[in-house]
Design a binder for this molecule. Structure first.
Ligand code: GLV
Length: 318
């Protein structure tokens, strides 16, 4: 045990957008855990754990003894970048196989959308137009590239392999192998995968290293007519570079689920671009029950002086 204050029962403060988790939650919760909103915390010095999602810059300031901060999602970038995050706190993220499968299915939808030109069908339906003439060759003999080969990337790769596509994935460690997936690692892995991708799916975590990785140079490396499916974080994409690559005809289309500014402002040119399909950061979600189950699991590990299973490496940022 790390500290005398760390024990069951546990009071967890739900910060910023994770407050929604406290509101109206009627599912099962470990009876040893009480979730409170910041305004209901009686003794901030006694708070050792927080739930968070996009915390405000000063969100952690009132709590000097925070030991563990749990993201309510798979991503932790907004927590890692929070200036008031205590330097010694363990940060955990959700690792949810169901959420990762959901991500794979979402990516599959976009791949089919672009491969089979579903946008044309949608347009034609508006005009009651029965047009079977413009279908290109329907072969699956194309390469799907994956940036990011963690849990999300692996489930997405499995979905692509099952659909019959060739799959090549940029893997930082190069340690994971999956049947039907070629992995590329090393310093040029991202460019190498992009160079070979008829469709490129981004599932990288956001770190200093990966910010702005989807830029003009990368698009130039992609094959003529290639498609970008952006499911990572808004800060991965240089939006003006994407618009330029689409307008020049070099890229054939894009699906965007995440944006630098969310909600995406109504007057943002991305909304109206004819080659862009937009969804509102809804690629995949975990459940409240799973967030709270993993919170209890991570806290139990902390009590046993073990590394919580959801702990992220603060040096690498994920
Ligand atoms: C969603 O964006 C997540 O990080 O799970």
């Amino acid at each position: 045990m790390k500290d005398a204050q760390v024990s069951w029962p546990l009071t967890v403060v739900a910060l910023s957008e994770s407050i929604d988790l406290v509101k109206n939650f009627t599912g099962d919760i470990d009876p040893r855990i009480t979730l409170v909103r910041p305004e209901d915390v009686e003794d901030p010095g006694a708070v050792t754990c927080a739930l968070a999602w996009r915390p405000a810059a000063d969100a952690f300031d009132p709590y000097p003894n925070i030991m563990m901060v749990s993201s309510i999602a798979a991503g932790v970038d907004s927590i890692m970048n929070c200036p008031s995050l205590p330097s010694g706190a363990i940060v955990t993220r959700v690792r949810d196989e169901d959420q990762a499968r959901m991500m794979g299915a979402f990516a599959a939808w976009h791949v089919v959308h672009h491969h089979r030109q579903m946008g044309d069908f949608l347009e034609n339906q508006k005009a009651a137009l029965w047009d079977r003439t413009f279908r290109p060759e329907m072969s699956c003999n194309m390469t799907i590239g994956l940036l990011g080969f963690g849990l999300m990337g692996q489930h997405t790769a499995r979905a692509m392999v099952a659909m019959g596509y060739k799959v090549v994935a940029a893997s930082r460690s190069g340690g994971t192998t999956l049947e039907g997936v070629e992995t590329v690692s090393g310093p040029d892995a991202v460019t190498e995968v992009a160079r070979r991708s008829d469709m490129l799916i981004n599932l990288l975590p956001l770190t200093d290293e990966t910010a702005n990785v989807l830029n003009a140079d990368l698009f130039a490396a992609m094959p003529e007519g290639a498609i970008l499916i952006q499911l990572g974080r808004g800060e991965h994409l240089v939006e003006a570079d994407l618009i330029a690559a689409l307008d020049s005809g070099h890229l054939g289309g894009a699906s965007l689920d995440v944006f630098r500014q969310e909600p995406l402002p109504a007057d943002d040119p991305l909304w109206a671009h004819p080659k862009i399909l937009i969804t509102p950061h809804k690629a995949s979600d975990t459940t409240r029950s799973e967030v709270l189950r993993q919170l209890a699991e991570n806290y139990a590990a902390l009590l046993a002086d073990e590394t919580p299973p959801g702990a992220v490496d603060r040096a690498s940022g994920y």
